[in-house]
Structures are given as C-alpha cells and as structure tokens.
Design a protein around this ligand. Structure first.
Ligand SMILES: NC(=O)C1=CN([C@@H]2O[C@H](COP(=O)(O)OP(=O)(O)OC[C@H]3O[C@@H](n4cnc5c(N)ncnc54)[C@H](O)[C@@H]3O)[C@@H](O)[C@H]2O)C=CC1
Ligand SMILES: NCC(=O)COP(=O)(O)O
Length: 334
C-alpha cells in the first residue's frame, strides 16, 4: 500500500548559523516526503548565492496539500527576518524571527498540517540577550504545547542517552533530582521507546549522580536517598531498570550492549559520550510531546556559516528519525 506523503516542517534556526546552509542542500535530496522550510526566502536566496548553490524557491502556505518538490526546488513557508542576517554574525534583532519560525511550525504540527518538526540549531544566548528567557527548544516546545514534562534523548548508532535534567546550571542539578522527576522521566522514556521505537520491554541503564554512584554514601547521598528507592519501586511495577551505576563504568560495552537507553542525570554527564560516539550522525528527539520533534546534534557553528563546510549528516539523521516516527504513528493509528 502506498503511504500518504508526509509534510515535515523544518526550521533552520539561527539565521547567522549553518542552519540555512544545511536546509539549502535539501533541494538536492530526493525524498518521498515534502519538506517545508519555515524561513525568510531572502535569507535562503542570499545564502544560496554565497554558497554557489542553484535553488528554486517556491513559497507554500501552512495548509497547502502535501506535494513533493521538483528536483532543485525548496518549498518555503515565509517568515520575515527583522534585520538582515550576515553569515557568522549574530543579531539580537532576529531573535524574535527564530521564535516565530518555531511558533509557525508548532502550530502547523498541532493543527495536523505538518506531520513532524525537524529543528536546526538556535543560539540560546542571543535569544536571551534579546530579552526573551529561553533555555532550549526542548523547554520551549513543552511550554508551547502545554506538556508538563518532556525528555531530551539523543540517539546515534548503538547508543541512546536520555537526560533527567536538561538546560540548568550544574549547581542546581542535585536539587532538581527527586523521585517525582525521575518517575516522570522514566515513564515517558519507557513509553516512547515502546511506541516510537518498537522496543517491547525497554531496559534503561540509570546513571548515579555522584562519582562512583555515591560510593555507598561517602561521595554523596542522592543515590541512597532518591535514585535507588525510586528504581526499586518502579521495578516492582514492571520497569526494567539497571542502576544507579557509576556513570564512568556504565558507558562501557559490558553494560551498554544489554540496554536500550542510558538515563543520565544531567546534560554533560551523557552527551559528551554520545557525541564522541556519533557527532554528525546523531539526532536529538523530544520524548513525551504530543507532536513529533527531532533535531540536529550540533549547534549553530557560526564559524562555518556560508563556507560550504557544514556537514549535513545530523540533519539527514534527524529527518530519517522523524520519518520513522511518522510511520510508527500512522501504523498505531490504523
Ligand atoms: N539544537 C540546537 O538548537 C543546539 C544549539 N546549540 C547552540 O549552538 C551555539 C554554539 O554552540 P557550540 O558549543 O559552539 O557548538 P557547535 O555545535 O555550534 O560547534 C562546535 C564545533 O563543531 C563544529 N560543527 C558544528 N556543527 C557542525 C556541522 N554540521 N558540520 C561540521 N562541523 C560542525 C563547529 O564548527 C565547532 O567547531 C550555542 O549557542 C548553543 O546553545 C548547541 C547545541 C544544539
Ligand atoms: N545539547 C543539545 C541541546 O542543547 C539542544 O537543545 P534543544 O534546543 O533541542 O532543547
């Protein structure tokens, strides 16, 4: 049976970064689906000239029926920049533009005009400098979709890492780790590994928070007071949970080969390992959302914008995962 064409919204993110370069290259990528780039067409045309890329930009509306673009063509849903965007040079006047592109994409996913959202990298700092408190897409999407808890998970070949906390200062991490948070994060992670990845009984390897998982309470008590009791209770409910294990030994083949995902307690406990394993071939997925959202594994790479040196691998991986998740959802809906 032929599948209906999916419409995938793509936000290139920060206009001074490599996002525009990466989406331009999609005009050369054959797909069974329609990519709708939510961006300022002038930005894309200017960057295409800079890169020497020949591209035909066709503007589309959010509610247009799905249609696969002709070769060399990009379908663009126009959102206007506030100021001109120079490659590599941040301008806080364009922070609102970045959020506008996200808002259009989120609305389109919620109304069913888009089947998924794939995001390019935003510069969190410049959005805050513009006066908007913004810690990341993950938190923004949760807020905009009224989802009380979501989970950031990055995946690459052979490794998935979900995070208990996301973009908070390290100083605040220990206070944020409590049984309610961990229960919600584990529940969402296990649920989405089943429904989005087809893993019947996901096994989750849980990191401790402290060095050596607290060394029996001598290097910190969060494992004894919080993590172990919660894991015990959830095991009784049927969850397959290993840990808490010291993060340094957990990230070894002996443990990883027998698990479906790692749950790290904080951003830089888990993501450096994931990026060492698969930077450029990894995807960032927001679990627990009512919409499908995947993203690149890298940032704005201002140093590479407009040079033609940006690697498109992670964007293609993010699109691939979004397509797989669209298929899984359609099958579940049948
Ligand atoms: N999904 C998102 O929106 C993300 C946004 N960021 C934001 O990006 C900004 C810059 O962060 P950085 O830590 O400098 O990380 P970065 O990923 O932008 O750059 C780190 C290094 O990787 C290189 N690099 C990144 N992407 C590449 C690609 N596609 N091809 C080839 N080389 C690539 C860069 O040239 C640089 O040397 C920050 O404001 C951060 O918040 C960071 C990660 C994810
Ligand atoms: N390191 C991944 C990252 O920070 C991406 O965050 P988000 O913008 O997807 O929330």
């Amino acid at each position: 049976m032929t599948q209906a064409i999916a419409r995938i919204a793509i936000t290139p993110g920060e206009p001074a970064g490599i996002g525009p370069d990466l989406v331009l290259a999609l005009s050369k990528t054959a797909s069974d689906h329609e990519f709708v780039i939510i961006a300022d067409p002038t930005l894309l045309e200017t960057r295409a000239q800079m890169l020497g890329v020949a591209v035909n930009i066709v503007t589309v509306s959010a509610d247009a029926p799905p249609r696969i673009p002709a070769a060399g063509t990009l379908h663009v849903l126009p959102v206007s920049l506030a100021a001109g965007a120079a490659a590599g040079r941040l301008d806080r006047n364009n922070a609102r533009y970045v959020l506008d592109t996200l808002d259009v994409a989120i609305d389109g996913c919620q109304t069913g005009h888009f089947d998924a959202l794939v995001t390019g990298p935003v510069h969190k700092g410049i959005i805050n400098d513009a006066g908007v408190a913004f810690s990341g897409h993950t938190e923004y999407l949760a807020e905009r979709t009224n989802t009380p808890r979501v989970v950031m998970m990055l995946a690459t070949d052979g490794l998935r890492v979900a995070l208990a906390t996301t973009h908070i200062p390290l100083r605040e991490v220990a206070d944020a780790i409590n049984r309610t948070l961990l229960r919600e994060v584990i529940t969402i992670t296990a649920h989405d590994l089943k429904t989005k990845f087809g893993i019947a009984q996901p096994r989750i390897l849980v990191c401790g928070l402290n060095p050596h998982a607290g060394e029996g309470g001598h290097l910190g008590c969060e494992e004894i007071d919080t993590i172990e009791p919660l894991l015990s209770a959830m095991r009784q409910e049927g969850y397959d949970l290993i840990g808490p294990l010291p993060a340094d030994t957990l990230f070894t083949p002996k443990h990883l080969n027998n698990a479906d995902t790692v749950l790290a307690m904080y951003h830089d406990q888990g993501l450096p390992v994931l990026k060492y394993q698969g930077f450029g071939r990894a995807v960032n997925i927001t679990l627990g959302l009512p919409i499908i959202r995947t993203s690149v594994d890298h940032g704005t790479a201002l140093d590479l914008a407009g040079t033609g040196k940006a690697d498109q691998g992670s964007l293609l991986t993010a699109i691939d995962y979004a397509q797989t998740m669209i298929h899984a959802r359609r099958e579940a809906d049948q």
